[in-house]
Design a protein around this ligand. Structure first.
Ligand SMILES: Cc1cc2nc3c(=O)[nH]c(=O)nc-3n(C[C@H](O)[C@H](O)[C@H](O)COP(=O)(O)OP(=O)(O)OC[C@H]3O[C@@H](n4cnc5c(N)ncnc54)[C@H](O)[C@@H]3O)c2cc1C
Length: 388
């Protein structure tokens, strides 16, 4: 059956739904095609089921991209305040958890419910259980999907990244980009736990479950947040953040006791200097299991001032070469993607293929942890929606 629309959006995730709503509100006849059985599945699992839907302070610096300026225009045109206004219009209660991160009080279902309601009001037609088979361009676009053939002068690719394949992630968007000769920046898992190399695995895997505040750094980039030891490596917000920047086989640096001195008491002239005294002061500042293990692995050669200085230095400059990452199975997002040089930063339309748009995570714009990836999805979706 042939169906005619003004625009067909591929993927009913955060970006695709926002784009469809905005275009629908402007009177465009819009179809959204989704291969899963319902829209917004990733939204439902986001933020531990409460969806960290935006961040109060959203700056271009909160994003990684080969062109760090690309995201500026979209982020300025659709701001966190715009999304908050939408959330409030729907009476959804929310709270700031930490560092400007806004979460639903109740459930991420509030956000998917809101987007579905907005789709209804804007006469957007969402086709679920509709896997896309082919996309061709003649004068307009012809999309074969499910039992339908869709015809439209514009196609918006909003099929997301590669993370969490079991939630329906596919490489479809990247394949479509290649089909139309659109360049891709190499993809990699981001916001992802890091694994230990063999040596560190022996020393630290017994610390699984221990969490502490650290500064994790790679090059000039650093994040002061919690870090969690896992059975296979390191996780927690500080590590997820730095994982987006890390490049194998380079080391990352971790300050395990930011802003404090562990050995201050031990260096005093009348202090006892021995493993028992060190354990006591380390345990007062660090989780006990970490304190004990650290002193076993990094015992100073002697208890002179020089030995204590080395102990202190190592604690603030733990340099480790991760074995790798936990991969797309555990990554929150995919870094890399459709090269921003190919797109208009105002509309997200492909320069060389008029009528073809890419929005959301499939584009080479990746946010920090903390609601930034959704804000990019809303903002890029909004911009394309205004241009259809
Ligand atoms: C566990 C987890 C928690 C997260 N928590 C947060 C958070 O709290 N805050 C935040 O900002 N970000 C969070 N993110 C990241 C955020 O979910 C994504 O960046 C965002 O969903 C990207 O939006 P998108 O619309 O581009 O892609 P998606 O939301 O992934 O939507 C893409 C849609 O396209 C569909 N699709 C894919 N291939 C096809 C195909 N071939 N045919 C038809 N349909 C297709 C998919 O089923 C999906 O519905 C989280 C990610 C994960 C994995």
């Amino acid at each position: 059956m042939i169906q005619e629309f003004d625009a067909v959006v591929l993927g009913a995730g955060a970006a695709g739904l926002m784009c469809a709503i905005e275009a629908g509100k402007r009177g465009r006849r819009v179809a959204v095609l989704e291969h899963a059985e319902r829209p917004g599945k990733k939204i439902l699992i986001s933020g531990g089921g409460r969806c960290n839907f935006t961040n109060l302070t959203c700056l271009p610096e909160n994003f990684l991209s080969a062109n760090p300026h690309f995201c500026r225009s979209a982020l300025a045109r659709y701001t966190p305040a715009d999304f908050i206004a939408l959330v409030e219009k729907h009476g959804i209660s929310y709270h700031e958890k930490t560092l400007g991160q806004l979460f639903c009080n109740r459930s991420a279902r509030d956000i998917t419910g809101m987007l579905e309601e907005e789709c209804r009001q804007a006469d957007v037609r969402v086709f679920v259980d509709t896997p896309i088979r082919t996309v061709r361009k003649t004068t307009g676009f012809i999309i074969e999907a499910g039992d339908h053939e869709f015809h439209a002068p514009a196609v918006v690719v909003a099929t997301g990244g590669l993370s969490i394949p079991k939630m329906g992630a596919t490489a479809f968007g990247y394949e479509l980009a290649r089909q139309f000769g659109v360049a891709i920046r190499e993809c990699r898992p981001a916001l992802v736990p890091l694994t230990f190399n063999n040596a560190n695995n022996k020393s630290y895997s017994g610390l699984a479950g221990v969490s502490t505040e650290v500064i994790a750094s790679w090059g000039k980039q650093s994040f002061r947040e919690k870090m969690l030891f896992t059975h296979r490596g390191l996780s927690g917000p500080a590590i997820l953040q730095i994982s987006s920047y890390w490049k194998k086989p380079e080391p990352i640096m971790i300050d395990l006791l930011p802003g404090r001195q562990a050995t201050a008491e031990l260096v005093q002239s009348n202090a006892s200097r021995n493993p028992i005294a060190a354990t006591r002061v380390f345990r007062a500042l660090l989780p006990a299991r970490l304190a004990d293990r650290w002193l076993e692995v990094h015992a100073p050669p002697d208890w002179t001032n020089r030995g204590l200085a080395t102990l202190e230095h190592n604690l603030h400059n733990w340099t480790i070469v991760p074995g790798g990452t936990e991969g797309y199975e555990k990554a929150e997002v995919t870094a890399g993607g459709v090269d921003t040089n190919e797109l208009s930063s105002r509309t997200m339309e492909c320069r060389k293929v008029p009528g073809l748009f890419f929005i959301g995570e499939v584009v080479d714009v990746t946010g920090h942890l903390g609601g930034f990836n959704f804000q990019w999805a809303w903002a890029s979706g909004y911009c394309a929606g205004q241009a259809l």
